[in-house]
Design a protein around this ligand. Structure first.
Ligand SMILES: [Zn+2]
Length: 114
């Protein structure tokens, strides 16, 4: 199995000099499960040789967990500033391979520009 171009499950959405954005679709086709991924070259001198990979996801509360309470979740946010949420992205083996290849090639492209 080899990475594909164009790649199943991975869509290039925007490209700039120092950043590239992709949309990664969940294999179940629910658009709420999809993830927007930004890969950015770090221009900061202290962070050279690094890239920033940011995932923008729509998360859900852990309502299925025993004892879960929205009131407690709200209280944790107010008093501790934290709350656990999750998002599951289902990828076919081909899409997972494409996902890995996109990260690899984007990092190479950004590295060549910096
Ligand atoms: Zn899904």
């Amino acid at each position: 199995m080899k990475a594909q171009t164009p790649a199943k499950g991975i869509m290039l959405t925007s490209k700039w000099h120092d950043a590239v954005a992709y949309c990664i679709e969940c294999d179940c086709t629910n658009p709420d499960h999809g993830v927007d991924m930004w890969i950015e070259a770090e221009a900061d001198e202290d962070l050279h040789d690094t890239v920033t990979v940011t995932f923008y996801v729509k998360t859900t509360n852990e309502y299925w967990r025993e004892g879960y309470s929205r009131i407690k979740a709200a209280w944790d946010i107010l008093t501790k500033g934290v709350h656990t949420q999750s998002n599951t992205l289902l990828l076919s083996k081909q899409a997972a391979l494409n996902f890995a290849e996109v990260i690899k090639t984007t990092v190479k492209e950004l590295d060549a520009k910096s």
